[in-house]
Design a protein around this ligand. Sequence first.
Ligand code: FES
Ligand code: MG
Length: 573
Amino acid sequence: MTDKKLRSDRWFAPDDLRSFGHRSRMMQLGYAEEDFVGKPVIGILNTWSDLNTCHSHFPERVKDVKRGVLQAGGFPVEMPSLSVDESFTKPTSMLYRNMLAMEAEEMIRSHPLDGVVLMGGCDKTTPGLVLGAISAGVPMIYLPAGPMLRGNYAGKVLGSGSDAWKYWDERRAGNVTDEEWQGLQRGIARSAGVCMTMGTASTMTAIADALGITLPGASSIPAVDAEHQRMSAACGRRIVEMVDEKLSPDRILTAAAFRNAAIVAMATGCSTNAVVHLIAMARRAGVPMTLDELDQLGRVTPLIANVRPSGKDYLMEDFYYAGGLRALMKQLESRLDCSVITVTGRTLGENLEGAEVYNDDVIRSLDNPVYAEGSLAVLRGNLCPDGAVIKPAACDPKYHVHEGPALVFDSYPELKAAIDDENLDVTPDHVLVLRNAGPLGGPGFPEWGMLPIPKALIKKGHRDMLRISDARMSGTSYGACVLHVAPESFIGGPLALLKTGDIVRLDLPQRRLDMLVSEEEIARRRAAWQAPPPRYERGYGYLFSKHVTQADAGCDFDFLQTDYGRPADEPAI
Ligand code: FES
Ligand code: MG
């Protein structure tokens, strides 16, 4: 027995019946007392599953993590965690982010763990794990899955998501043969790892990196690179030291760290989803981040990662070879608070020492950005009193100020049926609207916001139009899409009152989104509005619909937010 104070001592150290039980059960696994008693016990929360194609290398990587933990004198325990995957989960993975957050928090709290390694990467796994670990409060380090290799078909480089949308539109226009379509299907995802555009996954792991909760630059390492294995072992070694140093997440996740992460997100081109997750994570950490603060940073932060979809030419593999996130942060050094502490125990400034850009077309300098500003803009107006977001850099500038008649759909199936009608009465000036697609309406806030362009317009060569919804969109999407309209229509937000033919006006420089309908008429429509029936009457969906907050508040559950009641006690006996 040891006198070094560890959280796990409360399970393993006392000479009483309960601890006898705990020790004997560890011995059932074939371990001797000296393997685990008095050693930092490291939980490895592994979000692997056969259906999480982005994490297919995790069964191998977890061995590297364990090796690192053992080398440093800790005791590793793997804990399979809810594997929220982006590819298959219906209606949407977002429905389950908070379920993973709850699971991670409770699994950590209820077990003899002194520190945790969080293994995630596919979109919602990063915020899910981090939200839970923030609330659990034990030392933690995030191990990002890393991006997959570049896509490739017939000499063409393919980017996750972006090229699927692009070639689908071409196929609908009759420009892609069956054989080519098959080839694209084979080539667009060809190794372990997360989507290799700067989609939600790579945005969120970059945010984790910028927050200081990964090893420096870990987020950029391709999943199948041997460096990824070495990084995994290093995570194992480092978390053991962090336990000794009592380097808990509250010391790292400060207001300054979140501001740094938001600046880095804007400079990478930033999936719109990042807004929702950043706000949720910041608030869990007691930092009251708002949409307006993010808009402010979006206005002044140049986009310097030339990575698709916001950038033109490159993918995450190129970004890594160009120096990766450390090199990007080095460019931004003057704008970041470099005094913040990170999982290395050193400051951000120290972690960036020696970082270099190896290709200045991929990672641009501040005076040669891809866009001077505009990763993200937050709109307000009579259609979105609590905000909406748009990615100016990813849409045709001719839509930045636009007026046109609304074409409104109440559900995705209704929209889908109309969109392929070649005789649909629609012009490029129309504003396509989908509602009932928000956190409660979707349900679960699905990624439907890149509404398909009507076939009637595709055939005439149009590839963009102004689109509005209370949905999210994939981080790999692009186009003039206004998203996250809050409050959502399903709960009576003003989008519910819009009618086909009403004129909608977007004024991006002024950050406005309005329907040009008189206040009296809006009031009349509001009085006549009837709430749709609830989506769920039992199960997890019911819990979700009772407690999820709106997009502008990060879609956390109200009861999981940090200021909701007193914190849970550590288990007493
Ligand atoms: Fe997993 Fe895109 S599907 S990151
Ligand atoms: Mg995605």
